[in-house]
Design a protein around this ligand. Sequence first.
Ligand code: CTP
Length: 397
Amino acid sequence: MESHLKRVVLGVTGGVAAYKSAELARLLVKAGLDVQVVMTEAAGHFIGAATFQAITGHPVFTSLWDERVDNGMAHIDLSRGVEAILVAPASADFLARLAQGRADDLLTTLCLARDCPLLVAPAMNRQMWENPATTRNMYQLGLDGVALLGPDTGEQACGEVGFGRMLEPEELLDALLAWFQPKRLRGLKVLMTAGPTYEAIDAVRGITNRSSGKMGYALARAALEAGAEVTLISGPTGLKPPPDAETIQVVSAQEMLEAVEARVGEVDIFIAVAAVADYYVLNPSDNKIKKDAHILTLELAPNPDILANVTALPKPPFCVGFAAESENLEEYAELKRKRKHLPLIVANDAREAIGSDRVQLVLMDDQGRHVLDTADKLTQARRIVAHLADLYNQRYP
Ligand code: CTP
């Protein structure tokens, strides 16, 4: 994990979703964080303190009058030296008390006395969430600088369906880490391509490749986390688009090119991650081709090179390319970088990259090569964003 987040307070309030907070605590600890749990009294009706103590290795605090704190000031002691307070689940009652600046239990007092960011993950019945009182409280908390994580929509413990469901523990961990990423691309517009393209042969068949789209989607997310406005043009992947990106789904290379051309004039950075098919089928059949005993010949014509088209513009944005190679990785990648006039290219082993979640990458720029040791794709995406932001700032100080 590459952020300065090391210690957090996890606040747990009274809601059915409190059972998920145990899993959240486990994920936070697994991510290398020191976690101090503070529960409200109501939370104790849903989950036991012993569970959190076992997971975090720290005793859990609930009361303002806890005799275990030498100076009697648990509300001050517990919030000092932590980089964040995350309250998950945050009940409607807790949020109301927070919005009013109440200090009627340890957790609200801790929030009032904090000198670090406060993030809340609401969890409540959909009617409680939609109630004007809750809307008012959330509006006030937004003005007060409290960060909101979720809620999500879906099936609720009460059997109803709607907004108010707490985000899943993995999503909360991701959101917390994302919140702490440096905002290196703030104010910049990023356009990206991702995934494979699909070139139709007939009504039901086509030519495509094994690109999963995971690297492109991870980069979209890393760029969003870094504060950029992101437009993602994606071939068919089946991946869930990053919620805060504008995502445009396309099928063929020609469609991808048109989508890029329509938007590239407005952006600061263009990142071509897509594995664009090099050829398309001339005269694809509108109907399903019936088999017969004859040899079937497909005529293929070259697709446009989207990235090369962008770098050839009179005023191109800052362009980043990818090179997936199965041999002579750095040599071929550098040739590609020069041929396409790119300030930065990301090289990877084509066989390793496909389908795998962990990859090694080499960044090639005017200064030389920079190896990014094997890591998951989101970590690599964050490293790429850090590097490209440095290059961008050198070029446009
Ligand atoms: N690219 C593109 N449009 C294409 C082909 C590639 O935008 N029609 C972009 C990819 O998104 C990637 C880079 O160009 O950023 C890859 O370069 P390329 O030389 O086309 O890669 P390959 O197709 O793998 O080339 P080769 O077969 O020469 O290795």
